[in-house]
Design a protein around this ligand. Sequence first.
Ligand SMILES: *[C@@H]1O[C@H](CO)[C@@H](O)[C@H](O)[C@H]1NC(C)=O
Ligand SMILES: *[C@@H]1O[C@H](CO)[C@@H](O)[C@H](O)[C@H]1NC(C)=O
Length: 407
Amino acid sequence: MLQKTVLLLALVTQVLMLENGLLRTPPMGWLAWERFRCNIDCDHDPKNCISERLFMEMADRLAQDGWRDLGYVYINIDDCWIGGRDAKGRLLPDPKRFPHGIAFLADYAHSLGLKLGIYEDLGKMTCMGYPGTTLDKVELDAETFAEWKIDMLKLDGCFSTAKERAHGYPKMSAALNATGRPIAFACSWPAYEGGLPPKVNYTLIANICNLWRNYDDIQDSWKSVLSILDWFVKHQDILQPAAGPGHWNDPDMLLIGNFGLSFEESRAQMALWTVLAAPLFMSTDLRTISPQNIDILQNPLVIKIHQDPLGIQGRRIFKSKSQIEVFKRPLSNGASALVFFSRRTDMPYRFHSSLLELNFPESKEYEGQNVFTGDVIRGLKSETNFTVIINPSGVVMWYLYPMRTQE
Ligand SMILES: *[C@@H]1O[C@H](CO)[C@@H](O)[C@H](O)[C@H]1NC(C)=O
Ligand SMILES: *[C@@H]1O[C@H](CO)[C@@H](O)[C@H](O)[C@H]1NC(C)=O
C-alpha cells in the first residue's frame, strides 16, 4: 500500500514537471537504425558498422552538404553502441567501436553545429541485447548522458513490463530534467501499449515526452510505409490532437535514399510525413545519396511547411472511390498544405475537385505553389474546379495562402 502511494505521488509530481522548452517544431536529423541496424562487424565492414567513424562521417555530411542549414541538426545513435557498465555501474560505449567515447562524439557534433542523440532501453536489455536501463539505473544513466552533453534520448521498451514502463518513462523524464541539461526525450512507450487509449493516455505522454513512437518499426518497403500511414489515418481523431509544439507523434524514420521506395513513393513519404508534422529523421547513407533524393529531402518549401510554427498535425480530409486521398495541414497566417495522394497502381490519374469541395471557406481566393514542380498557383477561387494529375503511389503537394484583399 505504501509503495503504491509513493508511485502515485511520483507520477503526480512528474505530470506537473514537464515543459523543457525543446522541439517547438518537429525535429529533423539523421538516425542510424533503419539503414545501419546492428551492424557491428567493423572488421569486414568498417565503413558501415555502428562506430564513431560512421557517426563522424555522417556528421560531416550533415554539416557540409547543406543539411544542417536546412534544419537537419540531430545526429542520433540507435541500438548497439553499448559496451557494458563500469565498476560504479555507469554506461560505457563499446571500446573498440567508440574508442574516444561518447563525450568526444558529442563535442564533435557540437563543433559542427549539430546535436547528438543517443539510445537506451527501459528494461534489462536493449532490443538487440545490450545492457538496458533498469529502474534503479534511470537517474545514473540520465546523469551520464548529461555529462556527455547528449541532446536527445530515445528510450526503447524491449524487455520491460507494462508496469515498469508506467513507472520508468515518467521517472526518466524527471531524471533528465533534474540533470539541468536540456535533453529532448523520445519515448517508445505508446508503441509497446498498442498506441491507443485506454492503455495509452496521450495527455500524460505529451506531458513527459517530446516525441513518441506510436506504432510498428518502419522497414525498407512501400508496404511498410502504407501500413504505418493506414494506422495513423485510422486513428487520426486520437493522434492528431496529441501533437503540438514540444510534443509529437512519430511514425518512424524516412526511407528516402534507401532501397525500397520508388521516386514517386519517396516524394509521397516526404509529403505525408510533413503534413503529419512527424519528426524527419533520415536513415540513409548521406555519403552516397543521389541528387534526386537530396532534392526531395532538401526541398525548402516542404521544410518550411514542416517547420510551421503553429505545429498543427494534418489530417486526411477526403477519400474518393478512385483511390485518391487528400490530406491537409493548417499553417500559420491562414496558409495550408494540401497533399493529393494516389493509391492507384495503373497510370497518372486526373483528379477533379475544388477547394470548396475540400471544405475551404466560400468565396475566397488563394495563391501559392505546387511544392515539387515549383509551378505558381494564382487566383484560385474556392469555387474554381481544378484538375491535378497524380502519379501511381505518388503525390501532388500544394502550399496555399489566401490572397490579400485590396485595401
Ligand atoms: C525542468 O522542468 C521545469 C519545470 O517544468 C522547466 O522550467 C525546466 O526548463 C526544465 N529543465 C530542463 C533542463 O529540462
Ligand atoms: C490522462 O493523464 C492526464 C494527465 O496526467 C490526467 O489528468 C487524466 O485524468 C488522464 N486520463 C485518464 C483517462 O486517465
